[in-house]
Design a protein around this ligand. Structure first.
Ligand SMILES: *Cc1c(COP(=O)(O)O)cnc(C)c1O
Length: 463
C-alpha cells in the first residue's frame, strides 16, 4: 500500500517511518547540555529549573503548554556569532525562526542585524526600534506594498529573488526618488540537508535565480542597468539543519565564480557576499553542531581562498543564522493528560498541546527529545510516543522517546530545542489557543508573547 493512499493520511501510525530510537538512556533524569539551554538544571527535588526558576512554579504562573526562553542563553549565542565573525562581517538573525519585539531589542543590543521576509516581520522589527539600515528584506514574492514600505523605511538591503522583482523594486524606488541597495539571490545547485549535500547543475525549487544557463549573469546585467537599485552583492542560501561545511564550500566556489564573471564583463567587483543560514543544532543527543567560531573560520577561509584564486578582493561576508541562535534557547512545557499503553507497541502519552505549537515533527519528520521535568523518577524506561490533543493521527510531538514507566497525568514534560520554527509556525488548528513565550533570566520570568485567548479568536470571526 502506498503511503499517500492510506485513508488516514500519510502520517497514520502504521505507515510512519521506522523510528530511530536506540537503547534507552542509562539515566532518564540526566539533562544533556547539548539539547538544553545554558541555565537549565535539576534542583535537589528533581525539578527542572531555567534561569533560576523551577518549572512547577512556571507552570502555575503561566500555564501549559508554554515556551520558556532562556534569555541569557539567547544573548550569549547571538554574541558568540557576532564575535566569531568580527568587524569585517555581518550577522543577520533570520527573524522567521522566531520574532518578537523583545527579541528585536536583544539583537539590537547585541549588535546583530535582522532578516525579515514579510510586511508583518518588518513591522515587528521597526516597531521595536531596529534601525532600518540593519534590516534585510527577503522573500520570493514580496508584494508591491511590502516593497514600498521597505524602501520607504530605508532597509539596508532587499534581496531580489526573480527577474520581475528586479524591475519592480527598481521602479518603486525610483518613484520614491530613492536608490535601494539590493543583493540578488541565486541558486547555485547545492542542496544541503543535515549531514549530506548534493551538488547539481540545476536546483528544482522556488527560491532565487539559477546560476545555471547564465540566468544569474543575465539578472546582474539587468540590475546594473537600472537607476533605482544599487547592486551590492550576491546571496546564496543552501538549506537547513546543516552540519557539514562542504556544501558551503561548493556554494562559495560557484558564487565567487559569478563575481569573477561580473568583474570580467562589467569591470565591477561587487563588495558583498551572503552565504545564508541553515546551520544545524542538537535536537537529540545524536546531533553534533559546530560552534560559531568554527563556522566563521571555515566560511571566511573558503571565501578568501576562492577569491584569491579568482584574483578578486575578498568581499564583505554576511551570514543569516536563525535556528542556530534561537533554537536551543527554549523548551516547550506540557502537562500530561493521558497515558495509554498499547501492548507490544508503545505507550501513547497525550499532552495539552501538539501540532499547533510544534508542526515540525508532522511536517519534516523532525526528531526531538523529551524529559519528565516536574520530578525525577527511578522507574524503568518505557518506549513512548508523545502526541498532542488535535484531531489528527499525525499529531505527534516526539515520535520515539523513553520516559519513566510511572509517568502519570499531571506530570510535566519538556521538549527542548523548540526555540526556532515552533511558535513562529504555530497555528490555531482545532481552535487551540497559541501558547505564550516567556523569557526567563536571573530568577525573573516575563511574558514576551502572551497566550492567545478565546476573545482573540472570536475577534477575527466577525459573524
Ligand atoms: C530560513 C532562512 C535562513 C535561516 O535558516 P536557519 O536554518 O534558521 O539558520 C536564512 N536565510 C534565508 C534566506 C532563509 O530562507
Amino acid at each position: 500500500m502506498s503511503r499517500s493512499a492510506h485513508p488516514a493520511g500519510p502520517r497514520h501510525a502504521d505507515v510512519l517511518p521506522e523510528g530511530h530510537y536506540s537503547a534507552p538512556p542509562s539515566d532518564l533524569n540526566a539533562l544533556d547540555p547539548k539539547v538544553w539551554s545554558e541555565t537549565v538544571t535539576r534542583n535537589e527535588d528533581g525539578v527542572l529549573t531555567v534561569g533560576g526558576i523551577d518549572v512547577k512554579r512556571l507552570a502555575e504562573e503561566f500555564g501549559t503548554p508554554a515556551y520558556f526562553l532562556d534569555e541569557d542563553d539567547f544573548r550569549a549565542r547571538a554574541r558568540a556569532w557576532r564575535t566569531a565573525f568580527g568587524e569585517d562581517a555581518d550577522v543577520f538573525y533570520a527573524g522567521k525562526a522566531f520574532l518578537s519585539r523583545a527579541v528585536v531589542r536583544w539583537l539590537d543590543e547585541e549588535g546583530l542585524n535582522l532578516d525579515v521576509c514579510s510586511g508583518g516581520e518588518l513591522a515587528t522589527a521597526l516597531s521595536a526600534g531596529m534601525p532600518a539600515e540593519r534590516i534585510a528584506f527577503h522573500g520570493n514574492n514580496k508584494s508591491t506594498g511590502e516593497i514600498r514600505r521597505a524602501v520607504e523605511a530605508g532597509v539596508g538591503r532587499i534581496v531580489l529573488d526573480s527577474f520581475q522583482e528586479i524591475v519592480r523594486v527598481a521602479h518603486i524606488a525610483q518613484e520614491l526618488g530613492m536608490r535601494q541597495r539590493v543583493q540578488i539571490r541565486i541558486t547555485v545547485g547545492v542542496e544541503a540537508h543535515t549531514h549530506e549535500f548534493i551538488a547539481t547543475a540545476h536546483e528544482d525549487q522556488k527560491f532565487g535565480i539559477p546560476l545555471a544557463g547564465g540566468q544569474a549573469a543575465e539578472a546582474v546585467r539587468r540590475a546594473l542597468r537600472l537607476d533605482g537599485i544599487e547592486l551590492i552583492g550576491i546571496h546564496s542560501h543552501i538549506g537547513s539543519q546543516i552540519f557539514d561545511m562542504s556544501g558551503f564550500e561548493v556554494a562559495a566556489h560557484r558564487v565567487v565564480g559569478l563575481l569573477r564573471e561580473i568583474r570580467d564583463e562589467h569591470g565591477v567587483e561587487l563588495p558583498e557576499i551572503d552565504l545564508g543560514g541553515g546551520l544545524g543544532i542538537a535536537y537529540t543527543s545524536d546531533d553534533d553542531p559546530r560552534e560559531p567560531h568554527e563556522i566563521a573560520k571555515a566560511l571566511t577561509e573558503i571565501v578568501t581562498r576562492e577569491c584569491e584564486a579568482a584574483r578578486l578582493r575578498t568581499p564583505r561576508i554576511s551570514v543569516e543564522p536563525g535556528r542556530a541562535i534561537v533554537g536551543p534557547t527554549a523548551f516547550t512545557l506540557y502537562e500530561v493528560g493521558t497515558v495509554k499503553p498499547l501492548d507490544g507497541l508503545r505507550t501513547y502519552v497525550s499532552v495539552d498541546g501538539g501540532m499547533s505549537d510544534n508542526i515540525r515533527t508532522a511536517l519534516y519528520d523532525a526528531e526531538y527529545s523529551v524529559s519528565l521535568v516536574s520530578r525525577s523518577s527511578d522507574a524503568e524506561p518505557v518506549l513512548c510516543r508523545v502526541v498532542g490533543k488535535h484531531c489528527e493521527s499525525g499529531d505527534i510531538v516526539v515520535k520515539d522517546a523513553f520516559l519513566p514507566g510511572d509517568l502519570a497525568p499531571g506530570d510535566l514534560l519538556a521538549v527542548p530545542a523548540t526555540g526556532a520554527y515552533c511558535r513562529s509556525m504555530a497555528s490555531n488548528y482545532n481552535h487551540v489557543l497559541r501558547p505564550p513565550v516567556v523569557a526567563v533570566r536571573g530568577g525573573e520570568a516575563r511574558v514576551i508573547v502572551r497566550r492567545e485567548t478565546e476573545e482573540d479568536l472570536l475577534r477575527l470571526d466577525v459573524g
